[in-house]
Design a protein around this ligand. Structure first.
Ligand code: NA7
Length: 554
């Protein structure tokens, strides 16, 4: 990267030009603030810019995984399928950037290295890896929850001459697998999407699976024009319903106040009713499978019934009973790792050119120049694909060297796990705002609707502060402590902490095991935020920059 040495002062700096950063810029401009967005990629898109692997597509119906803030935009944009693929999502975000003329305030190909808070001026100084400096009152991190890819340390990997790819950082020119013997490591959502596509293209595909995941069919299909026109008429009500938490999770069922939002506990359904409910959700497709009963994520009995249903489907679809058993998750409650949504995943293991290696029986020993050696055997490959996930939720934030009041380091403050108030701010780091930070519902459900809510909360809070002549905002320590406790308490009421998921940081060796998202759901979370606003931004200390830093912080 070349040194560019730009130096500017703006009201707000936004890091990241994905769904969150683009909408944040739009709202900051509406407030009359000057803003600059810094983006590491060469274009907008965030996670949809980087995750270009074969099969990459949204696991939520894109009619709802899209912005609702502009009526014309949602009326004019045409999604071609229910679960749009990466190129279409990238086109959508590019269209949004053009439509609202956002690009002029974005620096592309630029990565933020450090962010330092100056207490005397209540402002942030951001330095980029290429030598730029930005001074800003507000520093807003729209860095995404799944931005920092993880390739595990495996003996021999650094030295291998084989081509190695990670699903989260896929070459823009694509990879031609024709005639190749491919290894893929990892069977989470990304692996589950990539495996069927790579299997179709490659000579042979070997899937190295450490833990089987639950996945349900997407039943993806082109949008029916009449149905889509009807949906567009209902958009305002559908968005309201989704944002109020009346639609299960991500919002696949496209009816207001949806009948797919069920309040029935499993104990109140007969065996036949249970099966019928699971079956119709399986047939319809999508992640709302887990909304079949209200207690699937809180009751072991309900969870086991859902898990059993899916295991039954695996044994129906997969012809070899031994492979079916290896693919069947056991001991992990369904939904406690994000439920994957697939397109022909289990059936892929019936193909002659696909081999499943169960790493629980036969762990990887090393990567060589000719392939992968496990403890029991050695296989030749031409290429290795890692679908091994991300340093989620905190990875992109902590990659930046952030110092707050008194030179305190955010990495040190969060050494035992992230601490935030509402997932929006962290005490000791005034004027640093997080979009869908740890402690907010963020990754549970439809992240675009969570992003819109956070961006609007932040914009309204900045407008309110400006109206009162205030320019310092900081999370109150007691409010933060109480919120962290509440996030943990909510998670402990559910089965979520039972899985070694990235929600818990359990996928990254050495990362503190703390449940990071707020599991109470978007409806409850919005109510809490609305109450905070009604109470005059309770839990946020606010003041003026020209007061002494101590006084400003109360
Ligand atoms: P995930 O869901 O974190 O999945 C990563 C997969 O990689 C998972 O199967 C892991 O097995 C496997 N993994 C990780 N490290 C290793 C090593 N060292 N050896 C073998 N296998 C390994 O990431 P995804 O990218 O699939 O999905 C992330 C989110 O993106 C997803 O939830 C959606 O929201 C979109 P493990 O379970 O750790 O045994």
């Amino acid at each position: 990267m070349t040194n560019s040495n730009r130096e500017i002062a703006v009201d707000a700096i936004v890091v990241g030009a994905g769904f969150a950063g683009l909408y944040m810029l739009y709202r900051l401009r509406k407030l009359g603030l000057t803003a600059k967005v810094i983006e590491a990629g060469s274009d907008v898109g965030g996670t949809w810019y980087w995750n270009r692997y074969p099969g990459a597509r949204c696991d939520v119906d894109t009619a709802m995984y899209s912005y609702g803030f502009d009526e014309k935009l949602q009326q004019e944009w045409e999604w071609s399928e229910h679960y749009a693929a990466q190129p279409e999502l990238q086109r959508y975000l590019s269209h949004v950037a053009d439509r609202f003329e956002l690009r002029s305030d974005i620096w592309f190909d630029t990565r933020v290295a450090t962010a330092d808070y100056d207490e005397r001026n209540a402002s942030w100084t951001i330095a980029t890896e290429s030598g730029d400096t930005v001074h800003a009152r507000w520093c807003i991190l729209a860095t995404g929850n799944l931005s920092v890819g993880r390739i595990p340390e495996i003996p021999g990997l650094k030295a291998t001459s084989l081509p190695v790819y990670h699903t989260g950082n896929w070459p823009h020119e694509g990879v031609d697998f024709t005639g190749l013997d491919v290894a893929i490591i990892g069977t989470g959502s990304s692996g589950i999407q990539a495996i069927p596509e790579i299997a179709k293209a490659a000579k042979h595909l070997t899937v190295y699976q450490r833990t089987p995941s639950f996945t349900v069919p997407a039943n993806n299909r082109p949008r029916d024009p009449a149905e889509y026109a009807e949906l567009k008429k209902l958009y305002p009500e559908l968005r309201r319903s989704l944002y109020a938490g009346e639609i299960y999770g991500a919002g696949e069922p496209l009816e207001p106040g949806s009948r797919f939002r069920r309040s029935v506990a499993i104990a109140d359904a007969s065996e036949d009713e249970r099966r019928a409910e699971f079956q119709q959700r399986w047939d319809r497709g999508g992640g709302h499978f887990n909304g079949a009963f209200v207690d699937i994520l809180t009751s072991e009995t309900a969870n086991e019934a859902a898990a059993d249903f899916v295991r039954g489907k695996i044994s129906e679809i997969v012809e070899d009973p031994e492979i079916a058993e290896k693919l069947s998750p056991r001991g992990i409650p369904i939904g406690t790792k994000r439920l994957a949504v697939d397109d022909g995943y289990y059936a892929t293991f019936n193909r002659d050119n696909v081999t499943l290696v169960d790493l629980r029986d036969d762990p990887i020993a090393e990567v060589t120049d000719s392939g992968v050696r496990t403890e029991k055997s050695e296989r030749r490959h031409d290429v290795i694909v890692f679908a091994t996930g991300f340093d989620a939720m905190t990875g992109a934030i902590l990659k930046i060297d952030i110092t707050g009041c008194g030179g305190a380091s955010l990495r040190e403050k969060w050494a035992a796990g992230p601490r935030t108030y509402l997932g929006l701010m962290t005490h000791g780091f005034p004027n640093l705002l997080l979009v869908t930070g740890p402690g907010s519902p963020s990754v549970l459900g439809n992240v675009v609707c969570h992003i819109e809510q956070h961006v609007e909360f932040i914009a309204d809070m900045l407008a309110d502060a400006a109206a009162r002549g205030e320019d310092v905002i900081e999370a109150d320590l007691a409010a933060e402590d109480a919120w962290v406790e509440r996030v943990n308490h909510q998670a402990d009421q559910t089965l979520y902490p039972r899985a070694n998921s990235w929600f818990l940081g359990a996928n990254v060796p050495g990362k503190p095991r703390v449940f990071m998202p707020f599991v109470g759901g978007i409806g409850l979370y919005r109510q809490i935020c609305d109450q905070v606003v009604a109470d005059g931004y309770a839990g946020f200390e606010r003041g003026k920059a020209n007061q002494s830093a101590q006084a400003a912080r109360g």
